[in-house]
Unconditional design. Sequence first.
Length: 247
Amino acid sequence: IAARAGALVIENLGVSFGGFRAVEDLSLNIAPNELRVVIGPNGAGKTTLLDMICGKTRPTTGSIKFGDLELTGMPEYQIVRAGVGRKFQAPSVYEDLTVAENLEISLPNTHGLWQSLFYRRTAEVRRRVLEVADRARLTSDLSRNAGELSHGQKQWLEIAMLLLQDSKLLLLDEPVAGMSPRERELTAELLKEIATDRTLIVIEHDMEFVASIASKVTVLHQGRVLSEGTAEQVQRDPLVIDVYLGD
Ligand code: ADP
């Protein structure tokens, strides 16, 4: 699954909601195939940041570039086509369809309905579905209804759906919330694997999990970048300690 990812360059990003500055003067540089974790207390602007990257919220100031593309101001569907995939905290999969069907319908549909019904059954589609299912540890569940999966498996299915959509930049909101310790471990492995050929931004609260994926961490506070570094470095940063203890 070759997906060429560009760098994500965010400059002086800001947005206000009725005079309240939710994100302000935020600059962020994320390299291709980087796995970046964003942490910060409630209301720090983490969700709003992802909302602006995927086009759900329009920034008031600044710019977001992904590779050669200026994402700022692009409609949401074009940002998806540019390879940006968003996953929200609660898993959203088609519970009444099988895992295989959920995966099949995620493939970009560039055909009409009848062609796509035919296309779904081609060997190429099967090959790609099997490849991604294997990556997301869902091979033995392909014929089960998605509604029967565990909470953790649903999260993996949704990540697998983003991979099939050809997302080159994956935006994940608390992917391990509600998972068992074993599922967390597997998710850490899965995310590290995905980062071998895609870029990820992950919002996370669980510092043990953050440390386990050993990536660079950005700490947001009041809509700005407060600190950046390894999990260990940011946890030792007096500014960060202050914010979390004062919370
Ligand atoms: P986090 O994800 O870090 O908890 P959010 O990005 O959800 O923070 O929110 C940042 C701030 O912006 C919060 O104070 C929140 O209440 C405010 N906010 C977010 N979206 C809206 C909106 N659509 N209208 C008004 N205020 C908003």
